[in-house]
Design a binder for this molecule. Structure first.
Ligand SMILES: [Zn+2]
Length: 126
């Protein structure tokens, strides 16, 4: 798609998060994976949200709930607060279905399994 990627990179989606979401290339870091997961929410790519979650954790996530959240929300921007090799603290700004502005502030952990980065778990920060 010939649009700017939602992840905040200022790159085209087609050369930024889309190839990762479509499985054409691997995320090279936890941060890159996290950004691609945000873009996947924007484009309701729910299969990718599940597939990019560590296998041991997938049972805790429902495809339907992810899809509802993705669709009900109008995603505005992703703000990276801090990141390390295997953690990302971020704020996802969005409008909920009642047009309330919400800032979802989360500290996420990631794990490298067989040279592929996966989302491990997220902790909401108030
Ligand atoms: Zn991107």
């Amino acid at each position: 798609m010939n649009v700017i990627c939602p992840c905040g990179s200022n790159e085209l989606y087609a050369v930024c998060c889309q190839p990762i979401i479509k499985g054409e290339r691997k995320a090279l870091s936890a941060l890159e994976l996290m950004k691609s997961r945000y873009s996947a929410y924007v484009y309701c790519e729910v299969d990718y949200i599940i597939q990019s979650t560590a296998k041991s954790q997938r049972k805790f996530y429902s495809k339907k709930e992810i899809l509802n959240w993705a669709q009900e929300s109008t995603w505005q921007k992703l703000e990276i607060v801090h990141f390390s090799k295997d953690t990302v603290e971020f704020k996802a700004h969005y409008q909920d279905q009642h047009k309330n502005l919400i800032i979802h502030h989360e500290f996420s952990s990631f794990i490298l399994e067989n040279e592929v980065w996966y989302f491990l778990e997220g902790e909401s920060i108030d």
